[in-house]
Design a protein around this ligand. Structure first.
Ligand code: ATP
Length: 514
């Protein structure tokens, strides 16, 4: 349903907490900023999302295998990857509000405001011209829009140059020239811009000191690169092939907000695809399309996705884009797809002194493969799913319900078994049905309260099916199966429940769309 977007995020956060999806971490001590715990339903949804990703990579592609590398890695890994020297965010403080911001993000938000003005002009004109309106032509010719667009292009160009050259003074000058004010206090009293490394460090063993300093990995990718040869050799993999991994990553984000969208400890699902040099841009294109298809199969609304091609390429990339999703706070990055060239493997060769190459029998020579990376944040995917699933409805009898319309294959609890009354052998029958289903699906039995309230509780956690045991069940061994979304009920024999639910909850229905 449509509602003010800000409200939606607030409602989702409250709902997650109330219904056991996501809790603030160590809440009894007032929480730890940007750190969250997944509750009893959250962990189930997260596991199903991981499973969908894993199966789509490792099971559906003969040439992709998975690994699970350690979070701690040899510190030289992060020298080679460039993270020690360059995994920095430019930060700026407001002297009055004492708030800290990412300088590049302040500028990007300013640009987004100008983009909004263009969108408004377009909406106004579309209303005025009706069916005859041609948005493309309007954007190409309207003087006001052209002026805005020129402003955007100039700012983006200066931002790009400043970032590429590490020109911190240039960033500050841009903020001042644009008159960007602190969004909280309105003050323009800024400090200089400084670089801030995002890696968390700790010490190995009992000796403190720089030589024992190790990092919590800021991305899972490097665990894949350092294992490239291990996997290639033991798995007898031939180019092109991929290595997939799901795991935690840690970043000391300067501003961590927007719930689980930006956390300091989060989970990534990454796949590095090794290809022959020269073929990388074709593979990049192919993975862009494959990944978009994967997202769309989730049913979160095709119009809610878009590609954002990068203008500012990271030092290791020769092409890059994000798949953005329309979160309640606007279109934001959900997944990154990068053509990483041979940067990582070459750097690890150089720092380790070991060859990380593939002998190509067809070419009769060895080379360092090029890499296409697909990297998605599991927590962001979780948030996208919940924001889309959260629905408030007014029913025919005027009552209200909140329902999480999570696709059945991903829903935490698949079925709730509900005896209509707590007597006449119905609870025992419910237990019997539960014992039959528990080998196949996560189910719940709920005896408490009127049936309507029990349905509401299951709707709120997104259980796709309600199985009601009534007096007729005792006579003919059938139950009613209630569909969460349509609320329609059908009578189903107990002996066919497993088959019916299996069909409706099969992950296959998503995988077959890929
Ligand atoms: P952003 O620009 O939003 O900081 P990024 O470009 O640094 O993200 P990548 O390094 O490409 O992100 O990481 C790949 C994916 O990991 C992102 O698309 C995102 O889904 C996820 N991710 C990155 N940082 C965070 C974070 N702090 N919290 C949650 N997820 C994150």
């Amino acid at each position: 349903m449509s509602q003010p977007e800000d409200n939606l995020l607030k409602k989702v956060i409250a709902h997650c907490k109330e219904y056991g999806y996501v809790f603030p971490s160590s809440e009894i001590y007032d929480g730890l900023s940007a750190t969250y715990d997944y509750g009893q339903y959250g962990v189930e949804l997260k596991n199903h999302l991981k499973h969908y990703w894993w199966e789509s990579m490792v099971r559906m592609n003969e040439n992709i295998v998975g690994i699970d590398a350690a979070i701690f890695m040899h510190p030289t890994t992060w020298k080679a990857s460039g993270h020690v020297d360059a995994f920095n965010d430019p930060l700026i403080d407001n002297k009055d509000s004492k708030k800290r911001y990412r300088a590049d993000q302040l500028i990007e938000e300013y640009v987004a405001k100008i983009e909004n003005k263009i969108n408004k002009e377009e909406t106004k004109a579309a209303k005025r011209f009706g069916d005859a309106f041609d948005a493309e032509q309007f954007r190409a010719t309207n003087p006001r829009v052209l002026k805005y667009q020129e402003q955007i292009d100039t700012i983006n160009q200066r931002l790009k140059e400043a970032i590429e050259q590490g020109d911190l003074e240039g960033l500050k000058a841009l903020i001042e020239e644009l008159g960007i004010a602190d969004p909280v206090s309105g003050s323009r009293n800024w400090t200089d811009v400084r670089q801030f490394n995002l890696m968390f460090a700790t010490e190995l063993g009992s000796l403190a000191g720089d030589s024992n300093k190790i990092f919590l990995r800021p991305e899972t990718a490097q665990g894949i690169f350092v294992n490239f040869l291990n996997v290639q050799k033991t798995g007898r993999m031939r180019i092109p092939f991929g290595i997939a991994q799901i795991g935690k990553a840690f970043r000391n984000e300067i501003i961590a907000r927007q719930f689980i969208f930006r956390m300091r400890e989060f989970e990534q699902m990454e796949m590095q695809f090794f290809v022959k040099p020269g073929e990388e841009l074709d593979w990049y294109q192919a993975w862009k399309e494959k990944r978009m298809k994967w997202h769309r199969a989730l049913g979160l609304g095709g119009e809610n996705y878009r590609f954002h091609d990068h203008l500012n390429l990271a030092h290791y990339a020769n092409a890059a884009c994000d798949i953005e999703y329309k979160f309640p706070m606007g279109f934001k990055e959900l997944e990154g797809i990068h053509s990483r060239t041979d940067f990582d493997l070459k750097a690890h060769e150089q720092y380790s002194g070991k060859k990380l190459q593939f002998f190509d029998p067809a070419e009769d020579k060895s080379y360092v493969p090029y890499v296409i990376e697909t990297s998605i944040g599991l927590d962001r995917l979780f948030l996208a799913m919940l924001c889309h699933a959260y629905t408030e409805e007014t029913l025919d009898d005027g009552s209200q319900r909140v329902v999480l319309k999570i696709p059945a294959p991903l829903a935490p609890v698949k079925a709730a078994i509900l005896p209509l009354v707590n007597k006449d052998g119905l609870p025992e029958k419910a237990q019997e049905v539960f014992d039959q289903l528990k080998y196949h699906f996560l189910c719940q039995i709920d005896f408490k309260d009127a049936i309507g309230r029990r349905y509401r509780r299951q709707d709120a956690i997104g259980t796709p099916f309600g199985i009601t045991i009534d007096h007729q069940t005792m006579e003919d061994d059938t139950v009613t199966l209630r569909d969460r979304d349509s609320m329609k009920q059908e009578r189903v024999p107990v002996h066919s429940l497993v088959e019916t639910l299996r069909e409706k909850c099969a992950l296959q229905s998503l995988l077959q769309q890929l």
